[in-house]
Every structure is written in C-alpha cells, then in structure tokens.
Ligand binder design. Structure first.
Ligand SMILES: [Zn+2]
Length: 300
C-alpha cells in the first residue's frame, strides 16, 4: 500500500457513479477526512478534500488510473468519505500526509513553477529577438532617411557648382538651400544650409578671414583641390578639400570654390551662419530642395 501512487480525482469524476460493493471492513478518520476500507484482499485509502473539491485515492487492486478510480475507491468515497461531517475535518494543511499527497502536490507545484520560469525565459528571449529585429529595421529606415537627405545635400552641392561659375547681379544670389525630406516616421523634416554664396556672405560678415592658398593635387588619378583659409583674428588655419565636380569645362573653378567653401565651414562661427540664414529668409534668397523636385530635375 505504501508504495502505491495516490491519484487525485476531481469530485466531478464521481458524479453519476454508483457503489455496488460492500467493504468487509471500514475505518473512518473524521479528523483527517480519511477512509480505509478492505474489500477481500484489496485495501483502499481515500481522502476527501472538500475544500478543493478533490478526492485522493489509492488501492491495492491497482486498477485505478487518472480520472478512472477503481470500484473500491468509488465505494469508499461515495459511501463513507463523502459523508464525513466537514466540521470534524481538520484543515488540509494540518492533516497528516497519509497519501504522500502533500509531497506530490509540492512536486506538481515545483514543476509548474519550473514550467512558468521556462515560459518566462522563452518570452524574454522572444522579446529580445523582437527588439533586435526592430533595431535592425530602425537602423535601415534611418539609413534610408539619411540617404534621402544625402541626395538633397549632393544636389545642393551641384547647385553650388552653378553658383560658383555663374555671374549674379549683386543681391540676387541664393544664399540658402531649404532641404526637405521625410524621415523614417514619414514626418516632414527641414534643414537650412548655406549655399556657396551664403558662406561667402558669412565670411564677409565675420571678417578677418583670409584665403591663404588653393592647391590642386592628383590623388589616385583624381584631381582634388585643397584650400587653406585663415581666421586672422583668432589665428586659426583650416584646410578644405574638394574632389567632386560635374562640369568638366569648369572643373578647376568648381574644385577651388568647393574647397574654399569647405574650409570656410570650419572657421565661420554659427552666429554669422544664422545671420545669413535670417537675411536669406527675409529677402527670399532661398532655393527649395525636396526629393520630388530632385526627381523632376534629374529626369532627362
Ligand atoms: Zn481498487
């Protein structure tokens, strides 16, 4: 009997069942809610846990299984255990562990806890995966947005070429590009950047800036320009490099102008940059650049 595995049955399992047996001997322990019954050679142990609506049972006939109690367990429960006055039964927690059921319950609880822990870990791992996926997508989207912005900056650079080689009536040169693009959230973004004329204007406002030298060099079979610009007030020297040009006829003008512009960007203080932007907005010396316009421009 000791080595038999107790099984807990939901009380509903006994619904509609009838007991047809008469035990040869019955012992009822009111305080623990336990019934010990003998049916010929078989011995049956049953405990009614009415608080949890379950019936614990085991029987030496060994014909009981999950959800299928043997006829001995059915009889011991229906005829005896079920009728133990509830007031007499001590708290389940205090009752002796007749069936080893407490141990079993503990095992089940531990298993459940383990399963829960595993589930939580799986969930955590899944969340981590999702996060990394999201991060990768974000990085991609950001790169995409940046590339749109970059296209516009390159376009502005090309327009700078035109500005650099074109003669303008004074006071009509575009000073600022308004670059507009959509970010990864699809929200409109805007940036105001000085044109090459704008940088020249800022240089004039700041004063004390001297273009010390422009040199052309061949690097890897490519022509580049190197401009050296000096801020004589702060005694700062900066170098600007340019290598991009589109119009071969004006190659050197373009390279020199861009190299100077790139060096100016490094020595001009933001205050003068802002002053030119303000002036350009007020006098409407702004060129709008958006991807839509860029597509129209680049169509043959
Ligand atoms: Zn049995």
């Amino acid at each position: 009997m000791k080595n038999l595995k107790p099984i807990s049955y939901p009380e509903t399992v006994f619904e509609g069942k009838a007991s047809v047996l008469q035990p040869d001997d019955v012992k009822v322990d009111d305080t623990s809610g336990t019934v010990t019954a003998r049916f010929g050679d078989y011995e049956t142990l049953v405990r009614y846990d009415w608080k949890n609506s379950e019936v614990w049972g085991k029987c030496t006939c060994e014909r009981y299984a999950d959800l299928e109690p043997c006829e001995h367990i059915v009889t011991a429960f229906l005829n005896f255990a079920k009728h133990i006055p509830r007031s007499a039964v001590r708290d389940v927690g205090q009752a002796p562990d007749w069936f080893g059921e407490k141990k079993l319950k503990k095992e089940i609880e531990e298993k459940a806890k383990e399963a829960e822990k595993k589930l939580a870990e799986n969930l955590k791992e899944k969340r981590r995966q999702e996060e990394q996926k999201k991060k990768a997508i974000n990085a991609f989207e950001q790169a995409k947005a940046r590339s749109e912005e970059l296209k516009l900056i390159i376009k502005a650079d090309e327009l700078d070429e035109e500005l650099a080689i074109k003669e303008y009536v004074e006071g009509t040169e575009p000073l600022v590009y308004r670059i507009q693009w959509k970010d990864k959230k699809g929200e409109k973004r805007e940036r105001l950047v000085l044109s090459i004329r704008g940088w020249t204007q800022a240089m004039l406002y700041q004063g004390n800036i001297e273009i010390a030298d422009v040199r052309f060099e061949e690097v890897g079979g490519k022509s580049i320009a190197k401009a050296i610009v000096r801020d004589t007030a702060r005694n700062v020297t900066q170098i600007g490099i340019a290598e991009r040009y589109t119009n071969d006829e004006f190659k050197w003008t373009t390279l020199a102008s861009k190299a100077i512009r790139n060096a100016l960007k490094k020595v001009i203080s933001p205050a003068f940059e802002q002053r030119v932007i303000q002036e350009a907005l007020e006098a409407n010396l702004v060129i709008d650049l958006s991807l839509r316009e860029l597509r129209e421009v680049s169509e043959p």
